[in-house]
Design a protein around this ligand. Structure first.
Ligand code: FNR
Length: 188
């Protein structure tokens, strides 16, 4: 079967390392996996007054999440947490109460940083949020990535020093998503 992965990138920066990572890592997946980076830059700021009348961009976000087999979060760390852009998107798709798009969608988490801890604290915050939203997250392998000069090659692909690690991460993610999908079918 085919697996549609909805990718949420936590940076709007034009030359974002995390967006580059999201694109590069998708190339390491088998052909039955397709990856779609969801637009987060046209979402309004979340306002609970609008819960009964969600913007078209919010409805689109929720539809893309609901129709996905699984999720992939690729996010920078901002001030030791996730960026507001990503939290805003998460809040939007969790509402109105009882109509969250997130429930039961399996998720992998990646992040790359210029800082030494490689988004570890942002990822831990994100896991906490996703646990509340009933999104199961792959626990291992963790990927706390450091944007060194050789992380990407000249074509924007994963460079050779990190390729084995990232290929292993993707292989494990693919196996985990398939297992989650099987479990969901078994429980349906
Ligand atoms: C950062 N950065 C950062 N890095 C980190 O490792 N831990 C942190 O807490 C922060 N905090 C932070 C706050 C804000 C507002 C900015 C703009 C940046 C640096 C960050 O890792 C760096 O800018 C990355 O390049 C951001 O990811 P993208 O945009 O390249 O994907």
């Amino acid at each position: 079967s085919l697996y549609r992965i909805a990718v949420l990138v936590g940076s709007l920066r034009r030359d974002s390392f995390n967006r580059k990572l999201a694109s590069a890592v998708a190339l390491l997946a088998p052909p039955e996996f397709t990856f779609q980076q969801l637009a987060l830059d046209d979402l309004p700021l979340y306002n609970q007054d609008d819960d009964g009348n969600q913007a078209a961009s919010v409805k689109r976000l929720k539809d893309d999440i609901k129709s996905a087999s699984a999720l992939l979060f690729v996010t920078p760390e901002y001030n030791r947490s996730i960026p507001g852009v990503l939290k805003n998107a998460i809040d939007h798709a969790s509402r109105p109460y009882g109509h969250s798009a997130w429930e039961g969608k399996p998720a992998g988490i990646l992040g790359v940083s210029v800082g030494a801890i490689g988004t570890a604290l942002a990822q831990q915050h994100l896991r906490n949020i996703l646990a509340y939203l009933d999104v199961p997250t792959m626990g291992q392998p963790e990927a706390f990535l450091h944007a060194k000069d050789d992380f990407f090659d000249a074509d924007g692909k994963i460079g050779h020093t990190s390729l084995e690690f990232m290929q292993d991460w993707m292989d494990r993610y693919v196996a985990w998503v398939k297992k989650q999908a099987g479990d969901q079918a078994a429980n349906a």
